[in-house]
Design a protein around this ligand. Structure first.
Ligand code: SAM
Ligand code: SF4
Length: 362
């Protein structure tokens, strides 16, 4: 039987476990008195990713098991108002500047517009975006924008329908393209597209880039990380950024244009002299952990300071046991102070995290 990576992380501060309760004080050891989400390596987290569900309409092989993730019991999921309260604390008290809702597939939550609307009210003016596979976005985009959505990233790995169906285990490319078109037409432009570099779609990469450039979409390729539920990731089989650049270079003239800002994970390249660009996120071969500015909240309401770190701090228990905002902020700060230095994929002792990407929120 194949081992499937679905379980809970190892921290004791977990939903259902003996996590923090209102009134308890976190021990952050030698942490300086700083209002923001600082860690012991000098990084400051300002970019918040909030997972809103583990459910998904696709089964991308690099993310989900074929049968999907086991359902999180409804009462263990954060509600729309709990999410908005955490967004408010993050922005008002902890220095968060942008918030991205993810999953699983955020469009699987019927109350996504409510989550966005309440978050916009809790943190006026903050940038609120979603990362989505785009399925159903054409029907929802109006309500989401009205609620306060400011940006959308759509994940799309190939424009070859058969290859898309193979990679995602669902024949849904037309639905994804309809979602992309609707987001573009709603004025959320330039629309960003994310593609994971996979060996089976490597030959499709030039067509995908050509299509994105022709349509005015900003495409970014991401190296595949060992975050698949099936634990099938193998270093020797992943497509490194250098190899992708070689494949793209056979069709396009690519000129290095650097990063938008030092903490931006993507290195930008001008396509055929510009102004079109393509981004390359070399998360594995050129790790940007030293500049990481992310903090994450899982769908069950735990703070996860690193994609690869299984230690989590349960904020849902605090929310539900009547803790005031200041106490929740203290626990969040303490969680971030303990953030690990990097993903450690190159270390001989590396073991993939217990949660897969879909269970963390990418
Ligand atoms: N369902 C939404 C989507 O696909 O955009 C949001 C959640 S998904 C987990 C967020 C992002 O993580 C997607 O862009 C996806 O391609 C990326 N992702 C998933 N598994 C990955 C992996 N093993 N390595 C790198 N990126 C991955
Ligand atoms: Fe679903 Fe996104 Fe994971 Fe694909 S990458 S299975 S669309 S959560």
């Amino acid at each position: 039987m194949t081992a499937v990576n679905l379980g809970l992380p190892r921290s004791s501060a977990l939903p259902g476990g003996p996590g923090p309760r209102a009134g308890a004080l976190p021990d952050a050891g030698d942490r300086p008195d700083h209002p923001g989400l600082v860690d012991r390596f000098g990084r400051v987290a300002r970019d918040l990713r909030v997972s809103v569900t583990e459910k998904c309409s696709l089964r991308c092989t690099y993310c989900m098991p074929a049968e999907g993730l086991p359902a999180i019991p409804r009462d263990e999921l954060l509600t729309a108002s709990e999410i908005a309260r955490l967004v408010g604390i993050g922005v008002r008290d902890l220095g968060v500047r942008e918030v991205r809702f993810t999953g699983g597939e955020p469009l699987m939550r019927a109350d996504l517009a409510e989550i966005i609307g309440l978050s916009a009210a809790a943190a006026p003016g903050v940038d609120l975006s979603i990362t989505t596979n785009g399925i159903g976005l054409d029907h929802r985009i109006g309500a989401l924008v009205e609620a306060g959505l400011t940006r959308v990233n759509v994940s799309l790995d190939t424009v070859d329908r058969a290859h898309f169906a193979e990679l995602t285990r669902r024949d849904r490319l037309p639905a994804v393209l309809a979602g992309i078109r609707a987001a573009h037409d709603a004025g959320l432009s330039p629309l960003k597209l994310n593609a994971v570099m996979m060996r089976q779609t490597l030959a499709d990469a030039p067509d995908l880039l050509g299509w994105a450039v022709d349509n005015g979409f900003l495409l970014r390729f991401i190296e595949q990380m060992p975050l698949d539920a099936d634990h099938a990731w193998v270093r020797d089989n992943m497509v490194p950024a250098a190899e992708l650049l070689e494949v793209l270079g056979n069709r396009f003239e690519l000129t290095e244009a650097g990063r938008d800002d030092p903490s931006a994970p993507a290195e930008e390249w001008l396509v055929d002299g510009g102004p079109a660009t393509v981004g390359i996120i070399a998360s594995v071969t050129r790790s940007f952990c030293a500049a990481c500015d992310r903090t994450r909240i899982t769908a069950e309401g735990t703070v996860r300071s690193c994609l690869f770190g299984d230690d989590e701090t349960d904020l849902r228990g605090l929310l539900r046991s009547g803790a005031p905002d200041a106490e929740i902020a203290r626990w969040w700060r303490a969680a971030m102070w303990g953030k690990q230095k990097g993903h450690g994929i190159d270390s001989a002792a590396f073991a993939p995290p217990v949660r897969s990407m879909g269970a963390i929120g990418g």
